[in-house]
Ligand binder design. Structure first.
Ligand code: FAD
Length: 435
């Protein structure tokens, strides 16, 4: 039996490796000239940047974490997280609620007081279940932390009204702190939130793409790059997959493509399914890599919730993940800006985005524009799934259809879920286990 795997990102290459290990004849079809999808890295002027956004390796799932560690072998470094939130020109320890002692005293008081008032209201049953993500933030953290950090930051990253985002996906992703941690943080006792991520791994060489290459190595001759799938038909028991000039036949079809890309390949989709896919919300990203002469801040990454200044919601410091990703005596920053079709960032050229980012980070005192040695910007259409209020209803229609059509959906934009690399590998392991 021959299995076609559409898409050569993390999901596609991991599926190929594990199915092939089970003796299956697989072929990965990837549109780009290189595998990796969101996990691609570029090296320019001696700087390596992860162009789908800053990626670190971490997981609560020990089986998945061991898999990632094992494939990287010696090419794995470990770092302790030192992450900040940039607030009123201060570097506040992340998660924000664990860094309250670093806030101006008045802000610290407001955050603690509002948190306690919210807890009391919850205990008394005065708060109804949150109807959306915005309410969830206020009910979990109180008005102080919500309005100083979580609301503006989330508005920036999602680029979508928070009261139109569902709350069902949040648990386990937005850290929910123990009460005593917040009180300790406010009085200045050190605590560590989101502990499973406090130590992370990163490839020593090659950026995050090295992980993809390591996974793909045993199946490299079963991966076809430069093959953009444009049509998919079922002919009897066989799938016919074409890029417009060549047709490939397979007995089984697994798609890791974004649903929006898959639907373009299927001419006979029922209208209800087409409408459900068109109604799904996502955002895009432009990543700005900046190579600097000299050293940068000593942090892992930093969240930028404030609307004034840079449009970036986060910057990371890749040269603090591995010294091999910048030339000697140099350092690097990677800024992430999310956007949607038609908005200001969408209408800017990459050169304008680079110029604005450097200038805003310069004004904030985060970098010295005189020290910029190289800079680039790369866009990805599909960055984050946005769980709008219609997501569950739309996904039921979509899943039911693809299950009956015998097209398996695996991967971040194929399952249309907020899956990090560990979530993607977990989905692949579960899928292969059922195969
Ligand atoms: C800003 C950002 C930061 C992140 N940071 C982390 C992190 O720190 N840690 C972590 O664990 N995860 C992180 N992630 C998540 C991680 O990037 C994803 O979980 C993972 O890359 C998804 O892999 P995938 O294969 O499902 O999707 P993709 O990487 O999107 O792969 C899909 C593939 O399909 C191909 N394709 C599309 N259309 C066609 C077509 N018509 N024909 C053929 N091929 C096609 C694409 O070119 C692509 O290669 C981050 C994501 C983002 C956006």
């Amino acid at each position: 039996m021959k299995t076609a795997i559409l898409g050569g990102g993390l999901a596609g290459v991991t599926l190929a490796r594990l199915l092939s290990k089970q003796g299956e004849d697989v072929l990965v079809l990837e549109q780009d000239s290189r595998i990796g999808g969101l996990c691609k890295s570029i090296t320019t002027d001696g700087f390596t940047f992860d162009i789908g956004g800053s990626h670190i390796i971490f997981s609560r799932d020990q089986e998945v974490l061991s898999f990632m560690h094992q494939v990287l072998e010696e090419n794995r470094g470990e770092r302790k997280r030192d992450t900040k939130v940039f607030f009123k020109n201060r570097y506040i320890k992340y998660p924000f609620e664990n860094g309250l002692y670093e806030l101006p005293k008045e802000d610290c008081f407001v955050c603690l007081n509002e948190f306690i008032k919210t807890r009391i209201a919850l205990e008394k049953g005065e708060l109804k279940d949150p109807k959306n993500f915005k309410e969830w933030i206020y009910h979990t953290f109180g008005k102080g932390i919500a309005e100083a950090y979580l609301v503006p930051y989330n508005e920036k990253i999602w680029n979508y009204p928070l009261d139109q985002i569902s709350a069902h996906w949040v648990e386990g992703r937005v850290p929910r702190p123990p009460v005593e941690d917040i009180i300790k943080a406010a009085v200045g006792i050190e605590t560590e939130g989101y502990a499973h991520q406090s130590v992370f791994s990163y490839p020593v060489e090659g950026g995050i793409e090295a992980l993809i290459e390591a996974i793909a190595r045993p199946v490299s001759n079963q991966i076809r790059t430069g093959y953009k799938v444009s049509t998919i038909h079922k002919n009897g028991d066989q799938w016919e997959i074409s890029n417009g000039t060549e047709t490939i036949r397979a007995d089984r079809l697994i798609s890791t493509l974004p649903l929006q890309s898959l639907q373009l390949c299927l001419t006979d989709l029922p209208e209800e399914v087409r409408t459900a896919i068109s109604d799904l919300k996502y955002n895009s990203i432009v990543c700005v890599g900046i190579g600097l002469n000299g050293q940068t801040l000593p942090f892992s990454w930093m969240y930028l919730p404030e609307k004034e200044g840079t449009a970036a919601n986060r910057i990371s410091f890749p040269s603090n993940f591995s010294t091999e990703v910048a030339p000697n005596g140099c350092s690097s920053i990677l800024a992430e800006i999310t956007y949607n079709a038609g908005d200001k960032t969408d209408q800017m050229s990459n050169a304008e985005v680079v110029r604005d980012t450097i200038s805003a980070l310069g004004d904030a005192g985060i970098l010295d524009p005189e020290k910029v040695r190289t800079a680039l910007a790369v866009r990805h259409q599909f960055a984050y799934v946005v769980y709008d209020l219609a997501w569950q209803q739309n996904m039921k229609i979509i899943r039911d259809y693809f299950s009956s059509a015998e097209i398996s959906l695996v991967g971040r934009f194929s399952q249309f879920e907020y899956l990090n690399m560990d979530g993607v590998i977990r989905s692949v392991l579960d899928f292969v286990g059922r195969s």
